[in-house]
Design a protein around this ligand. Structure first.
Ligand code: ZN
Length: 241
């Protein structure tokens, strides 16, 4: 059974100490891929190996994968130095390719090890989640792997942030510093109770001597929140302080 984690990174050698993973690496690369999987990528020898591990049955039955599997029971197959879903390899051979950004769903049977092209369709992550919900395959509560094997959770020293601290977007690398315009500040925030106009009114009334408690009642917020607004600690981007 393949598990998540740096030592068990599917299809990759363990990282050297201090080395960072290649860009675009997915921790669990069973689903959406960033590169297209083409039928021409799969050698004749690999094709023979692929079919030797599939239990072929009737045209409308599930064709089970008998080889190594991913978490969840998906067939695991090597194409060159890449690891792909066995079903995705079958799909690529039948249809020519699995385009980048797509995954191969078991749209008909919802059976992860199945390698029958007739049971598959191209989709995205959202389609896959809908299929899983529809088939009742979503694992929740005590059946979830994190409850069954809590020791596998990447906690403490095993956490990605400790293993690859250089990958954390800290300080000026953080998205909130790089693209501050994307933050939902002020009126753009879905939970905002005030607007730039009401903030300026509050500040003017406070300057004229009105108390925080009275302003809070008038604008439907707490006295503490009214104080933070009037002192410019919140809504700092609005003038009138
Ligand atoms: Zn099937």
């Amino acid at each position: 059974m393949v598990t998540h984690g740096p030592e068990n990174r599917v299809g990759r050698k363990p990282l050297a100490p201090g080395a960072s993973p290649p860009r675009g690496t997915l921790w669990c690369n069973v689903t959406v891929r960033k590169t297209t999987l083409r039928a021409s990528d799969i050698s004749t020898k690999s094709i023979a190996l692929l079919w030797s591990r599939i239990e072929r049955r009737g045209p409308d039955e599930c064709w089970s994968w008998t080889g190594e599997t991913y978490v969840g029971g998906y067939g695991l197959f090597h194409v060159g130095d890449r690891v792909v879903g066995a079903h995705a390899a079958v799909f690529a051979l039948a249809d020519g390719e699995v385009p980048a950004g797509f995954l191969v769903r078991h749209s008909t049977c919802g059976n992860p090890p199945c390698c029958n092209r007739r049971h598959m369709a191209l989709g995205d992550d959202a389609d896959n989640v809908r299929d899983r919900e529809k088939d009742g395959r979503t694992v929740r509560g005590d059946k979830h792997w994190s409850r069954i094997s809590p020791e596998k959770r990447p906690r403490g020293e095993a956490n990605g942030k400790r293993i690859h601290p250089e990958s954390c977007a800290r300080g000026d690398d953080n998205g909130s510093r790089k693209s501050p315009e994307l933050l939902a500040r002020g009126e753009k925030h879905p939970l905002a109770k005030l607007t730039a106009v009401t903030v300026q009114q509050m500040r003017a009334r406070h300057a004229a001597g009105e108390t925080f408690a009275s302003l809070g009642r008038a604008f439907g917020i707490s006295d503490v929140a009214a104080g933070l607004v009037c002192k410019g600690i919140t809504w700092a981007h609005v003038g009138g302080i």
